[in-house]
Design a protein around this ligand. Structure first.
Ligand SMILES: [Zn+2]
Length: 387
């Protein structure tokens, strides 16, 4: 889902990314503030002032979302969940899906942290704006403050909808999980509620359009469809993870991914491997040990006329840890790792020894077949997961 993202800053050891979709939203927010919200509430100001207010409002909204996400991440890290990055997506709270909480309690406190932060921020901005009114601060400043107060409360309210994987849905799931002792069933129910909420928003949006509110209606429909799809996706990923949880990685190892010798000339590598085999990154192995990785990026660095004279051993770079997985880890770990790193395959190693490759498609094929076998008769196809 988060394919185009830009690194923005690093704070407390977290990398903060912003998704491209967010930039579009930021422009829309600025525009709707400058041309609608502020002129309606403060009709006496000049057009340029509205645009400056709009821009500051959008930037501060963005910072408010960062604070919301940080609250989740700090609590998550305190309960031992590795969270190294935050991606600001359409509505904030979606970036947290990567973390798998260890207990209902941990999930609950992680989920409530964001909305609590937003409510506190909202209260703070509203108090400032009220104080500004008493002190007769300039109108544009008060306008921005009261907008930020309201929008933070709206943000808290939206995220508290009991629609998984929004924060409210996570709170619901943690309660169900606590109560039923079954994470998968809890996720299923929470995701169903999320889908129902999604459809509800679509219906309200459609009603809005019929009654003349085109833009507001379209927004609601968009958010509703988005909620529906992320709820579906979050549940499917959870089911995938459960199906893979007890599977040893060993059974998914493809050893067709030939271990290449460092002496292989680059032109042969391009011809025989890059053009013909699956995958883009290949392992270089000497004495059974993983010596490095090579792919198009390394080949590109040398001119084509030198391809016959160079060997891939001369090009190889160290295989980064993100491309490897230990053979004693589970298939679900491999799935998580590929998802986090956006990779379609990993090298399976035993210490320094290369055992083979595990591919996302093999994992997905396995899960799909497993679920087909488990699904009740007459339910054909409707349970096949993932892409
Ligand atoms: Zn949140």
């Amino acid at each position: 889902m988060f394919q185009k993202r830009i690194e923005l800053l690093q704070l407390f050891g977290f990398r903060v990314y912003v998704d491209v979709s967010w930039l579009i939203i930021a422009a829309l927010v600025t525009w709707s503030l400058a041309s609608g919200v502020f002129p309606q509430s403060y009709p006496e100001l000049r057009p340029l002032t509205y645009w400056i207010m709009g821009l500051i409002g959008a930037l501060m909204l963005f910072l408010s979302i960062v604070v919301h996400e940080f609250s989740h991440s700090l609590v998550a890290r305190r309960s031992g969940l590795p969270m190294k990055s935050i991606t600001l997506f359409l509505f904030g709270g979606v970036a947290e899906m990567e973390a798998q909480p260890k207990s209902p309690g941990a999930e609950f406190s992680m989920a409530v942290a964001g909305p609590i932060a937003s409510i506190l921020l909202g209260g703070l901005f509203l108090a400032l704006s009220a104080w500004g009114l008493a002190q007769s601060w300039p109108t544009p400043l008060r306008g921005i403050l009261s907008y930020l107060g309201v929008i933070n409360l709206v943000l808290a309210g939206f995220n508290l909808l009991p629609a998984f994987p929004l924060d409210g849905g996570r709170i619901l799931r943690s309660l169900l999980w606590h109560w039923k002792h079954d994470l998968l069933a809890a996720t299923q129910i929470a995701a169903r509620v999320g889908r129902v909420f999604g459809w509800l928003l679509v219906a309200i949006g459609a009603l809005n359009i019929f009654r003349g509110g085109l833009v507001g209606g379209l927004w609601l429909i968009l958010i509703g469809l988005f909620l529906r799809s992320i709820a579906q996706r979050a549940y499917q990923e959870m089911r995938l993870r459960f199906a893979l949880r007890d599977e040893a990685l060993q059974r998914f190892i493809d050893d067709d991914a030939a271990a290449l010798s460092p002496d292989l000339p680059v032109d042969e590598f391009v011809e025989e491997y890059l053009y013909r085999r699956r995958g883009r990154t290949f392992a270089i192995v000497a004495d059974g040990k993983l010596k490095g990785c090579v792919g198009p990026a390394q080949v590109r660095r040398i001119p084509k006329r030198n391809w016959a004279r160079k060997t891939i051993g001369q090009l190889s770079r160290r295989c980064p840890p993100k491309r490897r997985i230990g053979v004693d880890e589970s298939a679900a770990d491999a799935f998580d790792k590929m998802r986090r790193q956006r990779l379609r395959s990993l090298f399976v190693v035993d210490g320094e020894r290369l055992l083979g490759t595990v591919r996302l498609e093999s994992l997905l094929r396995f899960v799909s077949a497993k679920l087909d076998l488990e699904s009740p008769a007459g339910d054909e196809g409707s349970r096949s997961p993932g892409p």
